[in-house]
Design a protein around this ligand. Structure first.
Ligand code: 13P
Ligand code: SF4
Length: 304
């Protein structure tokens, strides 16, 4: 079936079943285009919590669908490709977090949403790349323990007087971007502004004009007077950047910035998931309730 026909069939079935399709900014272009809403982790969690749809088709990776299942126990949350995971989320489990907490008794645990439901359940509050600094500053206390991303934690440390301890996890894609590759991109596009995701190494973030979540980059690019941008994140974001800013130019910082898990979901997977209404993401209720507290605390933190 052609992309056009598949798109039509997905849209018709979604309407018939009162399903909402959410797609992360890194998804394949055709999956972003079939979705009701695209966004970063924070925007998609908020949308999931507000939807009146019966079914949420989450085009992204497992931790994102789990977050939707945490906030929407009464909805059917479907992740079209079951093994779409996140290399960073896999770097910490609940048992290791409990051991880490024992090393920092009484220190609040701030967990990036790129984590399993079990890890969220062991945490005091969640954060995303869009609100990490505000979340940490909202905590009354001299120190916090951030998990699982060391680079996001080091970025937050630069913006708070609190001591930020951290778990040494990282995103295998963003952490792999080198200063040399950024220099090459800058040399190839000398007039371009560099936007970088806080999952990048501190020395890369040092070179950036703007450090933003994926949706933060979309807002920044739209509002900026600049007309050329180097995009320091996964290449899927280029689709929305170009679509929303047809008069501006966007360059991937490196062609290797590809999250293979984010690319596992095709239009046909979305169609099959809608037809079969599976695979459904379920979280044991005890874990869900604990994780929900951490997610709700995050959502209550005012944004700048
Ligand atoms: P955003 O929340 O900024 O979209 O990032 C999610 C992610 O997985 C980054 O690698
Ligand atoms: Fe996880 Fe990195 Fe992929 Fe984001 S880009 S989903 S952090 S592996």
């Amino acid at each position: 079936m052609s992309v056009e026909d598949l798109t039509k069939e997905v849209r018709a079935l979604a309407q018939e079943k009162n399903a909402i399709i959410l797609a992360h900014n890194y998804q394949l272009s055709e999956v972003q285009d079939v979705a009701d809403l695209t966004g970063d982790s924070l925007a998609l969690s908020i949308q999931a919590s507000k939807t009146r749809a019966n079914i949420i088709i989450f085009c992204g990776v497992r931790f994102m669908a789990e977050t939707a299942a945490i906030v929407c126990p009464d909805k059917k949350v479907i992740l079209p490709v079951q093994d779409a995971g996140c290399g960073m989320a896999d770097m910490l489990d609940a048992e290791r977090l409990r051991a880490e907490k024992a090393r920092f008794p009484g220190v609040p645990v701030v967990t990036y949403v790129n984590s399993t439901a079990e890890v969220k359940a062991e945490s005091d509050i969640c954060c995303t790349s869009a609100n990490a600094v505000q979340v940490v500053r909202s905590i009354k206390g001299p120190e916090v323990l951030m998990t699982p991303d060391k680079n996001l934690a080091m970025w937050v440390q630069r913006h708070t007087d609190q001591k930020v301890h951290y778990w040494p996890g990282y995103c295998p894609i963003h952490n792999n971007l080198t200063v040399g590759e950024v220099k090459e991109a800058k040399a190839a596009h000398p007039r371009a502004v560099l936007m970088a995701h806080p999952e990048c190494l501190p020395e890369v973030l040092e070179m950036a004009d703007a450090v933003k979540s994926t949706s933060g980059m979309l807002t920044f690019a739209a509002e900026s007077r600049a007309t050329e941008f180097i995009v320091g994140t996964e290449i899927g974001l280029l689709h929305q950047l170009k679509k929303q800013n047809p008069m501006k130019k966007f360059w991937a910082v490196s062609p290797k910035m590809i999250c293979t898990d984010m690319k596992k979901t095709g239009l046909n997977d979305v169609l099959q998931a809608l037809k079969a209404e599976r695979p459904v993401i379920t979280i044991p209720e005890e874990t869900r309730l604990k994780a929900l507290k951490a997610v709700e605390r995050m959502m209550a933190v005012p944004r700048d």
